[in-house]
Design a protein around this ligand. Structure first.
Ligand SMILES: O=P(O)(O)O[C@@H]1[C@@H](OP(=O)(O)O)[C@H](OP(=O)(O)O)[C@H](O)[C@H](OP(=O)(O)O)[C@H]1OP(=O)(O)O
Ligand SMILES: Nc1ncnc2c1ncn2[C@@H]1O[C@H](COP(=O)(O)OP(=O)(O)OP(=O)(O)O)[C@@H](O)[C@H]1O
Length: 421
């Protein structure tokens, strides 16, 4: 596995040409562009930019003050990514970052150039042209070798695995006891999609330690990708993973086995599942009253947590887990602020994406976890920004709505799903 060194925080002042940046993809908050020009300082890097709602830009404010705030914010997020998320999941999964100045005109032109490629459901947002700094991260879609061999294609799979556990919290109300049997993703399908578009993917299969279940989960994702799997070949996104084909040979069946073996060899999803569930051991139902109490008593202020708050939360999480083994939060006797910040860390880990890049898919049909050597690959996690304290009520309401919608469509307990851990 290739690795990078971290903490390259230089801010670069270079003229950027919008025609040299190709739109890759976007999420709710960010959009990524790959460098296509010949300047070596950007070759192999991706520019990640903030988005905003179209109306937001009426609030114009771009002066030295906002620049300093932007620098502070980016540094905080970068340190959070390395020292908080990296220290939990493994710093080897965190991509290094650099920053570069971006101008209003460059961003406006990028907005125009990318408009026709962007998905229609994101049309109410665009690149925030007020930002003065863009973040550069290594491009996970390009070749693993410095000089790609002719005919070698980099295949990159982006997985957004979501929630990998069923809650064991003792603080769930009887009316919501379904949370102990049906995972949040499977229930959420009934809020997000109509009958024709629901997925059969269950994250608990993907997060399992069972090779066949992992492969099955990948197949379900391939059949209904939604925003949980994307496959890129040579930097270009495929319309569906099942379209994967090189020189006329369909490759999804081989790729899925390679992926399953990488996932299990890394142990990344098992670790992620353990972290998600132990950091969310109370469930939002158990943690929300503690949040309210902490706000009332002033233990939690209106402001978002500082870096120190996050680092201390991880240290205390480790300390109390060491004392109590893997006991749940109510047994660990953690204070209210700790409980809330642990929940928010879990929320980050439930929303990250994992990018896995491979260049060769072994030709022998390796259909078991030990069957063949792993190909050379690169793996990283993306989207690790802290979740906001101010969203605690949103989290409570959203999960409540997900449960209510599921129960409404499955009033008969015999017809309800039973997700297996
Ligand atoms: O609550 P969820 O599970 O719908 O997760 C949201 C994601 O929805 P999806 O994965 O499609 O279900 C949502 O993804 P999409 O915009 O749907 O691609 C975001 O990742 C959102 O995070 P944030 O508010 O941008 O920080 C995510 O919100 P958080 O709950 O992580 O804050
Ligand atoms: N290092 C990278 N190399 C290649 N592509 C990348 C890289 N980082 C991000 N991307 C692409 O950009 C997309 C958007 O980035 P990101 O996930 O950070 O956005 P987001 O708005 O925070 O996402 P979400 O809505 O899931 O919270 C990713 O889904 C991925 O396809």
């Amino acid at each position: 596995m290739d690795s990078y060194t971290n903490r390259d925080e230089e801010l670069e002042h270079t003229h950027l040409d919008p025609h040299e940046w190709r739109y890759i993809c976007e999420g709710n908050a960010k959009v990524a562009f790959a460098y296509t020009g010949s300047d070596l300082q950007f070759a192999g890097w991706v520019l990640r930019l903030n988005k905003c709602f179209l109306d937001d830009e009426n609030e114009v404010s771009s002066n030295q003050d906002t620049l300093l705030k932007e620098i502070e914010y980016l540094q905080k997020n970068n340190t959070f990514e390395i020292d908080v998320i990296g220290s939990l999941i493994g710093v080897q999964y965190i991509l290094p970052q650099r920053s570069t100045y971006v101008t209003h005109i460059f961003l406006s032109q990028l907005n125009e150039l990318a408009a026709s490629t962007r998905p229609s459901h994101r049309a109410n947002t665009h690149i925030d042209t007020r930002q003065q700094i863009g973040v550069l991260v290594p491009n996970m879609l390009t070749s693993l070798a410095p000089t790609p061999a002719p005919g070698v294609h980099t295949i990159t799979v982006e997985l957004k695995p979501k929630w990998g556990f069923l809650t064991k919290s003792t603080l769930i109300s009887d009316k919501n006891s379904i949370k102990r049997r049906v995972c949040r993703y499977c229930m959420h399908q009934y809020t997000k999609h109509d009958a024709d578009n629901r997925s059969t993917f269950c994250p608990l299969d993907l997060f399992s330690d069972d090779y066949k279940r992992v492969v099955y989960a990948l197949d379900c994702l391939a059949l209904s990708p939604q925003n949980n799997i994307r496959v890129f070949v040579g930097g270009q996104i495929l319309s569906a993973p099942l379209q994967l084909c090189l020189e006329g040979v369909p490759l999804w069946d081989k790729l899925k086995h390679t992926l399953a073996r990488i996932i299990l060899a890394e142990g990344i999803l098992i670790k992620l599942k353990h972290l998600q569930s132990s950091l969310d051991s109370l469930d939002i139902e158990g943690v929300f009253p503690r949040y309210q109490r902490a706000v009332k008593s002033g233990t939690l202020a209106d402001e978002e947590p500082t870096l120190n708050d996050w680092v201390n939360t991880v240290a205390e999480f480790r300390r109390t887990n060491d004392i109590c083994g893997h006991a749940n939060g109510s047994e660990r006797r953690i204070n209210d602020k700790q409980a809330v910040l642990e929940f928010l860390l879990s929320t980050v880990l439930k929303d990250i994406s994992i990018m896995i890049a491979v260049e060769q898919i072994p030709s022998q049909s390796a259909s078991s976890r030990t069957a063949a050597e792993l190909p050379k690959y690169r793996i990283a996690i993306v989207d690790t920004e802290p979740k906001k304290l101010s969203k605690m009520s949103v989290y409570l309401e959203r999960y409540q709505r997900i449960v209510s919608n599921y129960l409404e469509s499955h009033p008969d307990p015999d017809k309800q799903k039973h997700c297996q851990e």
